[in-house]
Design a protein around this ligand. Structure first.
Ligand SMILES: NC(=O)c1ccc[n+]([C@@H]2O[C@H](COP(=O)([O-])OP(=O)(O)OC[C@H]3O[C@@H](n4cnc5c(N)ncnc54)[C@H](OP(=O)(O)O)[C@@H]3O)[C@@H](O)[C@H]2O)c1
Length: 254
């Protein structure tokens, strides 16, 4: 589906503006230049549910989709946990023609690298994630991952072990940086967010607050036994109808 640029989004803060265009949105969400940076992007209901019927899509609308698509545009790498890839039925990480044109004008390769996080390597090497990938994906896994799956995936992706039984988020970031991929846009899910949070490896959260109360037993956006509180600073507030799109960065010193 082509990106939806028509749905109006207003910026409430820091510089109020009505119906902002894509260029203005990209400025609002700009990566800091010349340094490694990892952004997490999530949507949650007002009562904190991360899914409706086990998927995030049920919570989103056209405004969230517009920002979701646009946030991929300037990324060097798009990082996603295997649980989300399986639950959301991800295909290849292929941006739209307008994204490619923007990237070319900004000195970026046509497409970002798709980076996946998995302990089990339960990812089908014959899925379009790999067979139709415009750029060879990178799969971050652990030493303990099954050797046969590792061999099968190594045909279609760079498979990199960065931990014994848990993927070490700091090593993921170091490996991506060593590949020249400093600006990492992560689309979750909650376990990956939790692991990266516990490792102090998250610089930013983009959170869409969907104007709905879900009740039920859906999880929250970050799940981790090991994380300690991380103070965040408000960086931007956008609004589309009753929905808020928030940008927070890690508070200085946290
Ligand atoms: N609302 C939103 O914005 C949003 C965003 C993303 C996802 N979601 C939802 O979240 C649900 C999925 O949740 P989830 O927590 O399972 O997703 P996830 O974090 O994407 O995936 C979890 C999987 O990632 C791998 N993993 C995570 N941390 C790891 C670590 N430290 N070391 C090694 N592997 C690690 C494991 O893969 P293996 O199992 O392969 O070993 C683990 O089972 C879905 O329903 C999805 O729709 C919602």
């Amino acid at each position: 589906m082509p990106p939806s640029t028509t749905v109006p989004i207003d910026r409430l803060w820091p510089e109020p503006a009505g119906a902002v265009d894509d260029a203005s949105l990209l400025e609002t969400y700009a990566f800091p230049p010349d340094r490694s940076w990892l952004r997490m992007n999530f949507i949650a209901s007002l009562d904190g549910a991360v899914t409706r019927e086990d998927r995030s899509g049920g919570l989103g609308d056209a405004a969230d989709r517009r920002v979701f698509d646009l946030l991929r545009r300037p990324a060097h790498a798009v990082l996603v946990g295997a649980g989300t890839v399986r639950a959301e039925g991800y295909g290849p990480m292929r941006l739209h023609a307008a994204d490619e044109a923007w990237r070319a004008a900004h000195g970026l390769p046509d497409q970002p690298v798709f980076a996946l996080v998995t302990r089990s390597l339960e990812l089908d090497p014959d899925s379009t994630v790999f067979t139709d990938a415009p750029v060879r994906p990178v799969v971050y896994t652990v030493d303990a991952a099954p050797a046969d799956r590792r061999k099968a995936l190594a045909r279609v992706a760079d498979v990199v072990a960065v931990g014994e039984t848990d993927v070490d988020p700091t090593r993921v970031r170091d490996d991506l940086s060593a590949r020249g991929l400093q600006h990492i846009h992560a689309e979750g899910g909650p376990s990956v967010f939790g692991a990266f949070l516990a490792a102090g490896a998250v610089d930013e959260l983009c959170l869409t607050l969907a104007p709905t109360l879900e009740g039920g037993d859906a999880g929250r956006i970050a799940r981790s036994a090991g994380a300690t509180p991380t103070a965040m600073a408000l960086a931007a507030v956008l609004r589309s109808g009753d929905e808020l799109l928030l940008r927070y960065t890690r508070a200085t010193g946290s």
